[in-house]
Write a protein that binds this ligand. Structure first.
Ligand code: PMP
Ligand code: GLN
Length: 387
Protein backbone atom coordinates (compact mmCIF):
# COMPACT_ATOMS: atom_id res chain seq x y z
CA UNK A 1 0.00 0.00 0.00
CA UNK A 2 1.45 3.38 -0.90
CA UNK A 3 2.39 5.53 2.04
CA UNK A 4 -0.03 8.32 1.19
CA UNK A 5 -2.98 5.95 1.54
CA UNK A 6 -1.75 3.80 4.44
CA UNK A 7 -3.04 6.22 7.06
CA UNK A 8 -6.62 5.70 5.90
CA UNK A 9 -6.95 1.95 6.63
CA UNK A 10 -10.42 0.41 6.22
CA UNK A 11 -13.38 2.78 5.99
CA UNK A 12 -15.35 3.12 9.21
CA UNK A 13 -18.51 2.13 7.31
CA UNK A 14 -17.14 -1.31 6.44
CA UNK A 15 -15.93 -1.84 10.02
CA UNK A 16 -19.20 -0.82 11.65
CA UNK A 17 -21.49 -2.62 9.19
CA UNK A 18 -19.47 -5.81 9.79
CA UNK A 19 -19.96 -5.30 13.54
CA UNK A 20 -23.72 -4.94 12.98
CA UNK A 21 -23.76 -8.23 11.07
CA UNK A 22 -21.74 -10.23 13.60
CA UNK A 23 -23.64 -8.91 16.65
CA UNK A 24 -27.13 -8.75 15.09
CA UNK A 25 -27.38 -5.12 16.25
CA UNK A 26 -29.68 -2.52 14.64
CA UNK A 27 -27.45 -0.77 12.10
CA UNK A 28 -27.83 3.00 12.38
CA UNK A 29 -24.21 3.38 11.26
CA UNK A 30 -23.70 3.38 7.50
CA UNK A 31 -26.21 5.71 5.85
CA UNK A 32 -28.38 3.69 3.51
CA UNK A 33 -32.18 3.30 3.46
CA UNK A 34 -33.64 -0.08 4.40
CA UNK A 35 -36.38 0.25 1.79
CA UNK A 36 -35.65 0.67 -1.90
CA UNK A 37 -36.71 3.64 -4.00
CA UNK A 38 -39.83 3.96 -6.21
CA UNK A 39 -41.18 0.90 -7.99
CA UNK A 40 -41.50 2.74 -11.33
CA UNK A 41 -37.82 3.68 -11.21
CA UNK A 42 -36.82 0.06 -10.53
CA UNK A 43 -39.04 -0.98 -13.43
CA UNK A 44 -37.33 1.59 -15.65
CA UNK A 45 -33.95 -0.05 -14.93
CA UNK A 46 -35.35 -3.51 -15.72
CA UNK A 47 -36.95 -2.18 -18.91
CA UNK A 48 -33.67 -0.60 -20.01
CA UNK A 49 -31.86 -3.91 -19.57
CA UNK A 50 -34.60 -5.83 -21.42
CA UNK A 51 -34.71 -3.29 -24.25
CA UNK A 52 -30.93 -3.34 -24.64
CA UNK A 53 -30.39 0.26 -23.58
CA UNK A 54 -27.05 0.72 -21.85
CA UNK A 55 -26.01 -2.94 -21.81
CA UNK A 56 -22.90 -2.00 -23.76
CA UNK A 57 -20.57 0.93 -22.97
CA UNK A 58 -22.70 4.06 -22.85
CA UNK A 59 -21.18 7.40 -23.94
CA UNK A 60 -18.35 8.60 -21.67
CA UNK A 61 -20.07 11.79 -20.44
CA UNK A 62 -23.31 9.87 -19.75
CA UNK A 63 -26.36 8.99 -21.85
CA UNK A 64 -28.04 12.08 -23.39
CA UNK A 65 -31.36 11.27 -21.65
CA UNK A 66 -29.75 11.50 -18.21
CA UNK A 67 -27.69 14.61 -18.98
CA UNK A 68 -30.86 16.35 -20.18
CA UNK A 69 -32.74 15.19 -17.06
CA UNK A 70 -29.98 16.49 -14.77
CA UNK A 71 -30.10 19.88 -16.48
CA UNK A 72 -33.93 20.01 -16.28
CA UNK A 73 -33.86 19.00 -12.61
CA UNK A 74 -31.39 21.76 -11.76
CA UNK A 75 -33.60 24.27 -13.53
CA UNK A 76 -36.78 23.00 -11.84
CA UNK A 77 -35.44 23.02 -8.27
CA UNK A 78 -32.70 25.64 -8.29
CA UNK A 79 -33.35 27.87 -11.31
CA UNK A 80 -29.94 26.97 -12.78
CA UNK A 81 -29.27 26.57 -16.49
CA UNK A 82 -26.76 24.02 -17.77
CA UNK A 83 -26.02 22.86 -21.30
CA UNK A 84 -26.48 19.06 -21.14
CA UNK A 85 -23.81 18.56 -23.81
CA UNK A 86 -20.96 20.60 -22.37
CA UNK A 87 -21.83 21.27 -18.72
CA UNK A 88 -23.11 17.93 -17.33
CA UNK A 89 -21.03 14.81 -16.63
CA UNK A 90 -22.41 11.51 -15.34
CA UNK A 91 -20.21 9.69 -12.81
CA UNK A 92 -20.17 6.47 -10.80
CA UNK A 93 -21.81 8.01 -7.75
CA UNK A 94 -20.79 11.24 -6.08
CA UNK A 95 -17.77 9.32 -4.83
CA UNK A 96 -16.25 9.17 -8.31
CA UNK A 97 -17.28 12.76 -8.98
CA UNK A 98 -15.34 13.90 -5.90
CA UNK A 99 -12.29 11.85 -6.89
CA UNK A 100 -12.37 13.01 -10.51
CA UNK A 101 -12.84 16.66 -9.52
CA UNK A 102 -9.86 16.60 -7.16
CA UNK A 103 -7.65 14.58 -9.54
CA UNK A 104 -8.64 16.79 -12.46
CA UNK A 105 -8.20 20.14 -10.73
CA UNK A 106 -5.34 19.80 -8.22
CA UNK A 107 -1.61 20.11 -8.84
CA UNK A 108 0.73 18.37 -6.37
CA UNK A 109 1.12 20.54 -3.28
CA UNK A 110 -2.10 22.49 -3.79
CA UNK A 111 -4.05 23.11 -0.60
CA UNK A 112 -7.71 22.19 -0.20
CA UNK A 113 -9.72 23.88 2.52
CA UNK A 114 -12.48 21.55 3.73
CA UNK A 115 -15.06 21.71 6.49
CA UNK A 116 -14.17 19.32 9.28
CA UNK A 117 -15.65 16.82 10.16
CA UNK A 118 -15.55 15.63 6.55
CA UNK A 119 -16.92 12.70 4.63
CA UNK A 120 -14.19 10.09 4.68
CA UNK A 121 -13.42 9.95 0.97
CA UNK A 122 -12.36 13.62 0.88
CA UNK A 123 -9.11 13.17 2.79
CA UNK A 124 -8.18 10.04 0.84
CA UNK A 125 -8.92 11.64 -2.55
CA UNK A 126 -7.02 14.82 -1.71
CA UNK A 127 -4.06 12.58 -0.82
CA UNK A 128 -4.41 10.57 -4.05
CA UNK A 129 -4.36 13.84 -6.01
CA UNK A 130 -1.16 14.92 -4.22
CA UNK A 131 -2.94 17.81 -2.49
CA UNK A 132 -2.77 18.95 1.12
CA UNK A 133 -5.91 19.20 3.21
CA UNK A 134 -6.49 22.18 5.45
CA UNK A 135 -9.41 21.55 7.80
CA UNK A 136 -11.70 24.25 9.14
CA UNK A 137 -13.56 22.86 12.13
CA UNK A 138 -17.32 23.27 12.44
CA UNK A 139 -18.03 24.11 16.10
CA UNK A 140 -21.04 23.14 18.21
CA UNK A 141 -23.11 26.19 18.97
CA UNK A 142 -26.33 26.80 20.88
CA UNK A 143 -28.62 29.27 19.13
CA UNK A 144 -32.29 30.25 19.07
CA UNK A 145 -33.11 27.22 16.89
CA UNK A 146 -31.28 24.73 19.09
CA UNK A 147 -27.83 23.20 18.87
CA UNK A 148 -26.06 23.10 15.53
CA UNK A 149 -22.53 22.95 14.17
CA UNK A 150 -21.49 26.28 12.69
CA UNK A 151 -18.74 27.55 10.43
CA UNK A 152 -16.51 30.27 11.84
CA UNK A 153 -15.96 32.56 8.87
CA UNK A 154 -12.81 34.08 10.38
CA UNK A 155 -11.30 30.61 10.71
CA UNK A 156 -12.22 29.93 7.11
CA UNK A 157 -10.56 33.15 5.93
CA UNK A 158 -7.44 32.38 7.99
CA UNK A 159 -7.16 28.91 6.42
CA UNK A 160 -6.72 30.32 2.90
CA UNK A 161 -3.10 30.79 1.81
CA UNK A 162 -1.34 31.53 -1.47
CA UNK A 163 -1.23 27.78 -2.08
CA UNK A 164 -4.99 27.27 -1.69
CA UNK A 165 -6.50 25.99 -4.92
CA UNK A 166 -10.00 25.16 -3.82
CA UNK A 167 -12.59 25.03 -1.07
CA UNK A 168 -14.32 21.66 -0.75
CA UNK A 169 -17.84 22.18 0.62
CA UNK A 170 -20.58 19.81 1.65
CA UNK A 171 -24.06 21.12 2.32
CA UNK A 172 -26.32 19.67 3.67
CA UNK A 173 -23.41 18.40 5.72
CA UNK A 174 -22.57 14.82 6.62
CA UNK A 175 -22.17 13.99 9.53
CA UNK A 176 -23.37 17.10 11.42
CA UNK A 177 -26.67 17.71 9.56
CA UNK A 178 -25.82 21.40 9.21
CA UNK A 179 -27.26 23.21 6.17
CA UNK A 180 -25.16 26.25 5.32
CA UNK A 181 -27.24 29.43 5.36
CA UNK A 182 -27.45 32.03 2.60
CA UNK A 183 -25.29 34.35 4.74
CA UNK A 184 -22.62 31.67 5.25
CA UNK A 185 -22.60 30.69 1.58
CA UNK A 186 -22.43 34.35 0.53
CA UNK A 187 -19.38 34.87 2.73
CA UNK A 188 -17.71 31.74 1.29
CA UNK A 189 -18.51 32.90 -2.24
CA UNK A 190 -17.07 36.37 -1.58
CA UNK A 191 -13.89 34.80 -0.22
CA UNK A 192 -13.61 32.50 -3.27
CA UNK A 193 -13.97 35.46 -5.63
CA UNK A 194 -11.57 37.65 -3.65
CA UNK A 195 -8.85 34.96 -3.48
CA UNK A 196 -9.63 33.50 -6.91
CA UNK A 197 -10.41 30.00 -5.60
CA UNK A 198 -12.42 27.17 -7.05
CA UNK A 199 -15.25 25.62 -5.03
CA UNK A 200 -16.12 21.94 -5.26
CA UNK A 201 -19.46 21.42 -3.59
CA UNK A 202 -20.93 18.05 -2.61
CA UNK A 203 -24.71 18.40 -2.51
CA UNK A 204 -25.84 14.77 -2.41
CA UNK A 205 -28.36 15.63 0.32
CA UNK A 206 -29.87 18.55 -1.65
CA UNK A 207 -33.41 17.17 -1.26
CA UNK A 208 -33.08 16.05 2.37
CA UNK A 209 -33.58 19.45 3.97
CA UNK A 210 -36.06 20.10 6.78
CA UNK A 211 -35.40 23.78 7.23
CA UNK A 212 -37.99 25.99 5.53
CA UNK A 213 -35.07 28.02 4.13
CA UNK A 214 -34.12 24.96 2.06
CA UNK A 215 -30.91 24.19 0.21
CA UNK A 216 -29.07 26.90 -1.70
CA UNK A 217 -26.49 25.80 -4.28
CA UNK A 218 -23.47 28.08 -3.94
CA UNK A 219 -23.11 28.15 -7.73
CA UNK A 220 -26.19 30.39 -7.84
CA UNK A 221 -24.38 33.22 -6.04
CA UNK A 222 -22.67 36.12 -7.86
CA UNK A 223 -19.29 35.29 -9.39
CA UNK A 224 -19.61 31.57 -8.65
CA UNK A 225 -20.71 30.02 -11.93
CA UNK A 226 -17.19 30.22 -13.42
CA UNK A 227 -15.51 28.75 -10.35
CA UNK A 228 -17.84 26.06 -8.97
CA UNK A 229 -17.97 22.33 -9.56
CA UNK A 230 -21.30 20.99 -8.22
CA UNK A 231 -21.77 17.34 -7.37
CA UNK A 232 -24.88 15.31 -6.60
CA UNK A 233 -26.14 11.78 -6.99
CA UNK A 234 -29.18 9.53 -7.13
CA UNK A 235 -28.28 7.44 -4.09
CA UNK A 236 -29.85 9.59 -1.38
CA UNK A 237 -32.57 11.37 -3.35
CA UNK A 238 -34.07 8.17 -4.77
CA UNK A 239 -32.99 5.58 -2.18
CA UNK A 240 -30.81 3.57 -4.54
CA UNK A 241 -27.40 3.84 -2.88
CA UNK A 242 -26.25 0.66 -4.65
CA UNK A 243 -26.79 2.04 -8.15
CA UNK A 244 -23.93 4.51 -7.96
CA UNK A 245 -25.10 7.08 -10.46
CA UNK A 246 -23.88 10.61 -9.75
CA UNK A 247 -23.28 13.75 -11.76
CA UNK A 248 -21.22 16.91 -12.00
CA UNK A 249 -22.37 20.28 -13.32
CA UNK A 250 -19.85 23.00 -14.15
CA UNK A 251 -18.87 25.41 -16.91
CA UNK A 252 -17.11 23.67 -19.83
CA UNK A 253 -13.55 24.62 -18.78
CA UNK A 254 -14.00 23.03 -15.34
CA UNK A 255 -16.15 20.14 -16.49
CA UNK A 256 -13.56 19.06 -19.05
CA UNK A 257 -10.91 18.85 -16.29
CA UNK A 258 -13.19 16.53 -14.28
CA UNK A 259 -14.00 14.49 -17.39
CA UNK A 260 -10.29 14.13 -18.18
CA UNK A 261 -9.83 12.30 -14.85
CA UNK A 262 -13.12 10.38 -15.01
CA UNK A 263 -12.31 8.78 -18.34
CA UNK A 264 -9.35 6.96 -16.79
CA UNK A 265 -11.09 6.05 -13.52
CA UNK A 266 -14.19 4.25 -14.81
CA UNK A 267 -14.40 5.45 -18.45
CA UNK A 268 -18.21 5.19 -18.28
CA UNK A 269 -20.86 4.55 -15.61
CA UNK A 270 -23.58 1.84 -15.33
CA UNK A 271 -25.68 2.07 -18.52
CA UNK A 272 -29.21 0.84 -17.70
CA UNK A 273 -29.25 2.67 -14.35
CA UNK A 274 -28.62 5.94 -16.15
CA UNK A 275 -31.91 5.59 -18.08
CA UNK A 276 -33.75 4.78 -14.86
CA UNK A 277 -32.28 7.76 -12.99
CA UNK A 278 -33.25 10.00 -15.92
CA UNK A 279 -36.88 8.99 -15.24
CA UNK A 280 -36.43 9.41 -11.48
CA UNK A 281 -35.24 13.01 -11.89
CA UNK A 282 -38.53 13.75 -13.68
CA UNK A 283 -40.75 12.44 -10.85
CA UNK A 284 -43.43 14.95 -9.81
CA UNK A 285 -42.75 17.44 -7.01
CA UNK A 286 -44.89 15.32 -4.67
CA UNK A 287 -42.21 12.59 -4.67
CA UNK A 288 -39.64 15.01 -3.28
CA UNK A 289 -42.05 16.53 -0.74
CA UNK A 290 -43.14 13.09 0.50
CA UNK A 291 -39.53 11.94 0.86
CA UNK A 292 -38.78 14.96 3.01
CA UNK A 293 -41.92 14.58 5.15
CA UNK A 294 -41.21 10.89 5.76
CA UNK A 295 -37.63 11.64 6.82
CA UNK A 296 -38.67 14.57 8.99
CA UNK A 297 -40.94 12.30 11.06
CA UNK A 298 -38.10 9.79 11.35
CA UNK A 299 -35.64 12.49 12.33
CA UNK A 300 -37.88 13.53 15.19
CA UNK A 301 -38.58 9.97 16.30
CA UNK A 302 -34.86 9.21 16.58
CA UNK A 303 -33.79 12.62 17.92
CA UNK A 304 -36.46 12.51 20.64
CA UNK A 305 -35.49 8.94 21.56
CA UNK A 306 -31.81 9.86 21.78
CA UNK A 307 -32.58 12.89 23.93
CA UNK A 308 -34.70 10.75 26.25
CA UNK A 309 -31.88 8.22 26.51
CA UNK A 310 -29.65 11.04 27.77
CA UNK A 311 -27.63 12.02 24.69
CA UNK A 312 -26.94 15.62 23.76
CA UNK A 313 -28.75 15.97 20.42
CA UNK A 314 -28.00 18.15 17.39
CA UNK A 315 -31.31 18.01 15.54
CA UNK A 316 -30.20 18.23 11.90
CA UNK A 317 -31.49 20.78 9.37
CA UNK A 318 -30.67 18.30 6.61
CA UNK A 319 -29.26 14.82 5.67
CA UNK A 320 -30.41 11.64 7.35
CA UNK A 321 -28.03 11.73 10.29
CA UNK A 322 -28.37 12.90 13.89
CA UNK A 323 -25.10 13.84 15.58
CA UNK A 324 -25.11 13.38 19.35
CA UNK A 325 -22.82 14.28 22.23
CA UNK A 326 -22.11 11.34 24.56
CA UNK A 327 -20.72 13.44 27.41
CA UNK A 328 -24.09 13.79 29.19
CA UNK A 329 -23.99 9.97 29.45
CA UNK A 330 -20.70 10.20 31.34
CA UNK A 331 -18.70 9.12 28.27
CA UNK A 332 -15.92 11.06 26.54
CA UNK A 333 -14.58 8.83 23.75
CA UNK A 334 -17.03 8.30 20.88
CA UNK A 335 -14.84 5.66 19.20
CA UNK A 336 -14.75 3.46 22.32
CA UNK A 337 -18.47 4.16 22.86
CA UNK A 338 -19.35 2.97 19.30
CA UNK A 339 -17.18 -0.14 19.57
CA UNK A 340 -18.99 -1.10 22.82
CA UNK A 341 -22.53 -0.02 21.85
CA UNK A 342 -23.58 -3.21 19.97
CA UNK A 343 -22.72 -5.33 23.05
CA UNK A 344 -24.24 -2.84 25.48
CA UNK A 345 -27.59 -2.32 23.77
CA UNK A 346 -27.61 -3.81 20.27
CA UNK A 347 -27.24 -0.62 18.20
CA UNK A 348 -24.49 0.40 15.77
CA UNK A 349 -23.50 4.06 15.27
CA UNK A 350 -20.53 5.92 13.75
CA UNK A 351 -17.99 7.92 15.81
CA UNK A 352 -17.62 11.38 14.25
CA UNK A 353 -13.95 11.48 15.36
CA UNK A 354 -12.98 9.45 12.28
CA UNK A 355 -14.04 12.40 10.10
CA UNK A 356 -11.67 14.82 11.84
CA UNK A 357 -7.96 15.61 11.54
CA UNK A 358 -8.29 17.27 14.95
CA UNK A 359 -9.56 14.08 16.55
CA UNK A 360 -9.96 15.76 19.95
CA UNK A 361 -12.47 18.21 18.51
CA UNK A 362 -14.66 15.31 17.38
CA UNK A 363 -14.05 12.89 20.26
CA UNK A 364 -17.42 13.09 22.06
CA UNK A 365 -19.66 13.07 18.98
CA UNK A 366 -21.49 10.05 17.59
CA UNK A 367 -23.70 9.83 14.48
CA UNK A 368 -26.93 7.84 14.11
CA UNK A 369 -28.74 7.35 10.75
CA UNK A 370 -32.54 7.62 10.59
CA UNK A 371 -33.13 6.49 6.97
CA UNK A 372 -34.69 3.29 8.31
CA UNK A 373 -38.22 1.89 8.65
CA UNK A 374 -40.23 3.38 11.53
CA UNK A 375 -40.39 0.05 13.39
CA UNK A 376 -36.60 -0.29 13.14
CA UNK A 377 -36.15 3.19 14.62
CA UNK A 378 -38.68 2.43 17.38
CA UNK A 379 -36.77 -0.75 18.21
CA UNK A 380 -33.47 1.17 18.28
CA UNK A 381 -34.96 3.86 20.53
CA UNK A 382 -36.18 1.17 22.94
CA UNK A 383 -32.74 -0.41 23.01
CA UNK A 384 -31.01 2.94 23.54
CA UNK A 385 -33.36 3.76 26.43
CA UNK A 386 -31.90 0.74 28.24
CA UNK A 387 -28.36 2.23 28.16
N1 PMP B 1 -20.80 12.67 -0.25
C1 PMP B 1 -21.39 12.56 0.94
C2 PMP B 1 -21.40 13.74 1.84
C3 PMP B 1 -21.97 11.36 1.33
O1 PMP B 1 -22.55 11.25 2.53
C4 PMP B 1 -21.91 10.26 0.45
C5 PMP B 1 -22.46 8.94 0.88
N2 PMP B 1 -23.62 8.73 0.30
C6 PMP B 1 -21.31 10.42 -0.78
C7 PMP B 1 -20.75 11.63 -1.10
C8 PMP B 1 -21.22 9.30 -1.77
O2 PMP B 1 -22.27 9.29 -2.65
P1 PMP B 1 -22.46 8.14 -3.75
O3 PMP B 1 -23.02 6.96 -3.04
O4 PMP B 1 -23.35 8.73 -4.76
O5 PMP B 1 -21.11 7.83 -4.30
N1 GLN C 1 -22.72 8.17 2.79
C1 GLN C 1 -23.03 7.09 3.69
C2 GLN C 1 -22.60 7.45 5.10
O1 GLN C 1 -22.04 8.49 5.36
C3 GLN C 1 -22.38 5.80 3.26
C4 GLN C 1 -20.95 5.91 2.94
C5 GLN C 1 -20.20 4.68 2.61
O2 GLN C 1 -20.66 3.57 2.84
N2 GLN C 1 -19.04 4.87 2.08
O3 GLN C 1 -22.89 6.67 5.98
Amino acid sequence: LNRGLAEFGTTIFAEMSALATTTGAVNLGQGFPDTDGPEEVREAAVRAIRDGRGNQYPPGPGVPELRAAVADHQRRFHGLTWDPDTEVLVTTGATEAIAAALLGLLEPGDEVVALEPYYDSYAACIAMAGGRRVPVTLRPHTGPDGDRFVLDLDELRAAVTDRTRLILLNTPHNPTGTVLTRAELTAIAELAVERDLLVVTDEVYEHLVFDPAGHLPIVALPGMRERTVSISSAGKTFSFTGWKIGWVTAVPALLSAVRAAKQYLTFVSGGPFQYAVAEALRLPDSYFTDLRADLLAKRDLLADGLAKAGFGVFRPQGTYFVTTDVRPLGESDGVAFCRALPERCGVVAIPNAVFYDHRDAGAPFVRFAFCKRTEVLQDAVKRLAAL
